[in-house]
Design a protein around this ligand. Structure first.
Ligand SMILES: Nc1ncnc2c1ncn2[C@@H]1O[C@H](COP(=O)(O)OP(=O)(O)OP(=O)(O)O)[C@@H](O)[C@H]1O
Ligand SMILES: [Mg+2]
Length: 508
């Protein structure tokens, strides 16, 4: 059985592909209860990390724990060697993510609704990734999945997967006049929106926007602050563990809200307080407005200039556990009207879409956009000048099944070429990256055959060499390829000598 794995900030949800059906996998927790997710939680028990349900139990018993490891992964500077401090120990983030996914794999085989189908079978999966993930996050997620024993068939952007789930469920609403779906995915820690064009089972992502630091966790924090205000104490008085406990309380209280709720009862430092729902919603509304502002590029202005859905959009598909909060769809409906559809499985929509993507018989195809560009700063005039070359533009079309490649060929004019790669979200009129720009590695390429020989033997430190102009440099070919997972690899080759450098451009 093929599976879709949605490794979320707060929950990891799995759906299976079973003869045209895509059931959400249920897991049995240590108390014998059925749960439709494994908590993405890590705790330290007797100095050793434990994951998932065990971590939930340990955290309840007061063990130090880490809630949102995926948020750490979304930091563009994260590398395979990055560590996080937990209970006085420094642990490798990559090991923690792999440990968490290994726990999910173990639960799938031993205590899940699909355990019987998986006993000796390989764990063939399609895994989700935030549409706005940097390449470091893509690479580390993939590595962690492999280390956990999954065979990853593909990595699909989370909102694109939710788009699959929409058309699977609402095929009737998509027609030639309204052939697009706008997916609004508010998760635990991230917000993503994607505009997807649908032609039958062929999907094409036309554009996407996102905020890696906006999700249900932020609503918990708003509610926790309302509760502090009601109790008349500050978060400093509460201390670190008291604040963490209050956030847990706030999450539980938030998740039990219905559209009829008027008051929220919550405990602050052992004292019961009540927060009027209206007050919480008032403080939380800016978070929803911030999501709306983030997705504005995918909307069109209406007569009074406020964002509206383009005419050819069949629906705004609201998914992600964070959008279960009644205020979210209420505000979306007041802005966009009746074309707002909330998924009946808001939290599981992505996992179901991933399972559809994993099912070869479903025949769903996807063409994506890169969403972050990749460019290179090259040094010229013996290092005195730097020029920028936007190699892969942010909205470049990439395919989920093929590798896309770009090449540059020229004669080298120096003995050494220095390349500094960056990932960027947008560029100005001259094509120079602006705003959110992240380093993605530095490569020194020797063009002088003697330096090539020396660096092949590991005897030359190129950083210590002076860069000088040369008369007859070799013919050089740079090749940049984006694999179906959105990971870019560069290969720089001296076509005269064959000397080649290769590097995955994931992290500095
Ligand atoms: N009934 C509910 N009402 C309000 N919020 C809810 C409800 N159920 C879940 N949530 C919230 O949804 C969030 C988790 O959503 P989801 O499972 O989609 O996120 P995730 O996939 O873990 O995170 P991400 O997609 O950001 O990586 C949490 O903040 C949780 O509190
Ligand atoms: Mg999610």
């Amino acid at each position: 059985m093929r599976l879709g794995v949605d490794f979320g900030t707060t929950r990891t949800i799995v759906a299976g592909a079973d003869r045209g059906n895509y059931p959400v996998v249920s897991f049995e927790d240590p108390r014998g209860d059925a749960r439709e997710f494994v908590p993405s939680l890590i705790a330290l028990e007797d100095g050793r990390p434990v994951f998932g349900f065990r971590a939930e139990e340990a955290a309840r018993a007061g063990a130090p724990h880490l809630r949102s490891v995926k948020r750490i992964l979304s930091d563009p500077r994260v590398t395979a060697a990055a560590t996080v401090r937990l209970g006085g120990r420094d642990l490798r983030v990559l090991d923690l993510v792999a440990g968490l996914l290994r726990e999910v794999a173990g639960c799938l085989r031993t205590s899940s609704s699909v355990a019987e189908d998986l006993t000796d079978a390989p764990l063939d999966v399609v895994v989700g990734i935030p549409a706005h993930a940097h390449s470091a996050q893509r690479l580390l997620t993939l590595e962690a999945c492999r280390a956990a024993g999954f065979t990853v068939r593909a990595m699909v952007n989370e909102p694109s997967a939710a788009g699959f789930e929409y058309t699977h469920r609402h095929a009737g609403t998509v027609n030639s006049r309204r052939g697009r779906v706008l997916v609004f995915d508010l998760g635990g820690g991230t917000f993503d929106a994607s505009l997807v064009a649908v032609h039958g089972t062929a999907h094409e992502v036309l554009g996407s926007c996102g905020d890696n630091h906006l999700g249900g966790d932020d609503f918990d924090e708003v509610l926790a602050r309302c509760a502090l205000r009601a109790a008349g104490i500050s978060s400093a008085e509460l201390g670190e563990s008291g604040w963490a406990g209050l956030l847990d309380e706030a999450r539980t209280a938030k998740e039990s809200l219905s559209s009829q709720s008027r008051l929220i009862a919550i405990e602050v430092a052992g004292r019961a307080v009540t927060v009027p729902v209206g007050e919480f919603y008032e403080d939380a509304a800016p978070l929803v407005r911030s999501a709306l502002a983030t997705m504005e590029p995918l909307t069109v202005p209406d007569r009074d200039g406020s964002p509206a859905l383009p005419d050819d959009v069949a629906g705004l598909y609201v998914v992600g556990g964070g959008s279960e909060l009644p205020i979210v769809s209420r505000l979306l409906r007041s802005r966009f009207g009746r074309r707002v559809h909330r998924s009946p499985h808001a939290a599981a929509s992505t996992a179901i879409g991933l399972a559809i993507a994993a099912d070869p018989d479903a025949g769903y195809t996807l063409s994506e956009r890169l969403s972050r560009g990749l460019g290179v700063f090259r040094e010229s005039e013996s290092g005195r000048r730097v020029s920028f070359d936007p190699l892969l533009e942010p909205d470049l079309r990439v395919s989920a099944s093929d590798t896309v490649a770009v090449t540059r060929t020229y004669r080298a004019a120096h003995n050494i070429g220095w390349f500094r790669f960056v990932e960027y979200a947008s560029a100005d009129d001259e094509g120079v990256p602006r705003g959110d720009v992240m380093p993605r590695g530095r490569i020194a390429m020797p063009f002088d055959p003697l330096l090539q020989e020396g660096s092949r033997r590991g005897e030359v430190d190129l950083a210590g060499q002076e860069v000088v102009r040369t008369e007859y440099g070799p013919l050089v070919e740079e090749r940049y390829s984006v694999d179906p997972n959105g990971i870019v690899e560069v290969q720089i080759r001296d076509c005269d000598t064959g000397f080649t450098l290769r590097q995955s451009l994931a992290a500095d």
